[in-house]
Design a protein around this ligand. Structure first.
Ligand code: MG
Length: 381
């Protein structure tokens, strides 16, 4: 009921934009982009709010939640529809209200060629500062549209080998030992686990997992450690426990402490909260060993690809991550994953009301579909 109320509330704010009446199937076939007759060759953006239901209460160092608001978008051109999504966990500051306000400003009617992505994305970026998830929702839909027009998935258009996708990690939130053991069993098909640390039971969390599995673990502290010496001691201990890297161990603002920690750490350190867009990559070089790229932080697939290239040029590690998202945004990010050293793309597996089918995890490994664009289709009812 509250979902419906939210939908109606934000529908009102979206006056002037055409909201999706219901999920629509992607257009079949691959009509020519130059064909003018019959169908509109003006690009149209549609969007509607949606609430993701999480399978488990999700707890990290500084909050817990059971739902995530997202915005589902579509860009239609010449009878072909590209899908997109904005995922907006509350700590990032975007919401159904801000995304509705932002997307209501987007007018794609002046562009008559979706291939002019650089110009279109510059225009979208110029509409307002921030709003990275909302921007990503348009960028993803445009990429999906272009891939469908060309009849190719984006990993191919980027020249990436789909057999090089990394194993994806499965995230275990903070919980009681019994629940943690149960979640480890649930994650049976995954070859690598991701564990949230940063409270006062870090060793207990790792020991609980080690009591049931010897799979490699990556650790995400979400800025939870306050002292660099304590952090280094903990990383030395984690290195003896089969941990492969430590993500955002300290505050994103603790630049000098992080540079010291990275220099002395036996494990790679990964920037997440400390790196948002392509403009931040240089500033975390030599402060962290690598970066966690997320479409919702950087504004979409085009910027994510630029960040990955930049990090590689600087000799940094690359990880592709996600928020809790449907298979839409997760599959979009997965198109880039053959470039990554690590993938943390389990956001669609943490929810119970996904409306798309897309990337699959087979034997712990991201397996890209050969569908064009971002590689998804609407789930059949
Ligand atoms: Mg993180």
């Amino acid at each position: 009921m509250s979902n419906r109320r939210n939908f109606l509330k934000y529908s009102g704010l979206a006056a002037g934009s055409l909201l999706l009446p219901a999920p629509m199937p992607a257009a079949k076939g691959c009509p020519s982009v130059f064909k003018k007759s019959g169908k509109s060759t003006m690009m149209k953006l549609r969007f509607r709010p949606y609430e993701l239901q999480l399978r488990h209460v999700f707890t990290i160092a500084n909050n817990s939640r059971t739902t995530t608001p997202v915005m589902l978008t579509e860009v239609e051109f010449d009878g072909i529809i590209g899908y997109g999504e904005a995922s907006m966990p509350p700590y990032l500051g975007e919401s159904h209200k801000t995304a509705t306000e932002f997307l209501s400003k987007v007018d794609l009617s002046s562009f008559n060629d979706p291939f002019e992505l650089e110009d279109i994305i510059q225009y979208i970026d110029s509409l307002a500062a921030g709003n990275y998830a909302a921007k990503a929702s348009v960028d993803i839909a445009l990429h999906d549209l272009i891939g469908k027009i060309l009849g190719q998935p984006w990993h191919k258009l980027w020249g990436l080998n789909p057999s090089k996708t990394p194993n994806t990690s499965f995230t275990i939130g903070m919980d009681t030992p019994d629940v943690v053991r149960e979640k480890v069993h649930e994650a049976d098909i995954y070859k690598i686990l991701k564990v949230k640390l940063g409270r006062d039971n870090d060793r207990e969390m790792i020991q609980t997992i080690r009591s049931v599995t010897d799979k490699p673990i990556c650790v995400d502290v979400n800025q939870g450690w306050k002292d660099k010496h304590m952090a280094l001691d903990m990383i030395h201990w984690l290195a003896t426990q089969g941990v492969v890297f430590v993500e955002q161990p300290m505050s994103r603002l603790a630049v000098d402490d992080m540079a010291w920690l990275t220099e002395n750490s036996p494990l790679p350190t990964m920037a997440d909260e400390a790196v948002q867009t392509v403009y931040d990559v240089l500033s975390v070089h030599k402060v962290y060993s690598g970066i966690n790229i997320k479409l919702m932080k950087c504004g979409g697939m085009r910027n994510a690809h630029k960040m990955a290239d930049m990090a590689k040029i600087l000799g940094m590690k690359v990880m592709i991550g996600c928020m809790t998202e449907t298979s839409c945004a997760v599959s979009a990010a997965a198109q880039l994953s053959p470039i990554a050293d690590w993938a943390d793309l389990d956001g669609n597996l943490l929810i119970s009301n996904d409306i798309y089918d897309g990337v699959n995890v087979v034997d712990g490994k991201m397996t890209l579909s050969q569908l064009p664009g971002i590689g998804i289709r609407m789930k059949s009812k």
